[in-house]
Design a binder for this molecule. Structure first.
Ligand SMILES: [Zn+2]
Ligand SMILES: [Zn+2]
Ligand SMILES: [Zn+2]
Length: 170
């Protein structure tokens, strides 16, 4: 009778040990939210762009998503502002009507914006290179002369200056 009782007790303690062991291993497998350390029932993976390792609970995941979107919008806003600054004088161009796109013939960087003043200066400069000899500044007629590439001159020349350059550089 006594022996039987001891056996039951022993069995129970073996069972308890097993139960404790199983709890221990279970605990190791529990995932916790990397932000608030809450035990996770549903795991949400952090997005690669967030620079985080591990899993999040649903509320932290929602919070992070919101933060990320806000940060993205902020960056977009900053980029837009930088596009709305005159590339030459750096004046802020708040109004749509203040923003001018340079003409492609002016050979300026793509995507930049100019203020009215800088646009007009560039435009006049360009007209000058189109219509005036870059050396003597006389107005060019219908016939104009392109400098040879090795002369490294931007713009066009009158007949006289072209001949002079050609003569001097030989
Ligand atoms: Zn959390
Ligand atoms: Zn400007
Ligand atoms: Zn000339």
């Amino acid at each position: 009778m006594l022996a039987k009782y001891v056996l039951v007790l022993e069995n129970r303690s073996v069972c308890q040990n097993r139960w404790r062991k199983s709890q221990f291993f279970k605990k190791k497998l529990v995932h916790r939210c990397v932000k608030c350390d809450k035990e996770l029932i549903h795991k949400y993976k952090a997005q690669a762009e967030w620079n985080m390792q591990g899993f999040l609970c649903s509320s932290c995941h929602i919070e992070m998503t919101k933060e990320f979107i806000a940060r993205q919008q902020e960056e977009k806003r900053k980029l837009e502002i930088s596009l709305h600054i005159c590339a030459v004088c750096k004046k802020e161009l708040l109004l749509e009507s203040d923003r001018y796109k340079p003409r492609w013939q002016w050979n300026m960087e793509r995507g930049i914006t100019l203020c009215k003043g800088c646009y007009e200066i560039k435009s006049t400069e360009y007209e000058r290179t189109l219509n005036y000899c870059v050396i003597c500044e006389t107005r060019l007629g219908f016939i104009r002369y392109n400098p040879k590439p090795k002369w490294n001159i931007q713009g066009q020349l009158c007949r006289k200056c072209w001949d002079k350059e050609n003569h001097e550089r030989h």
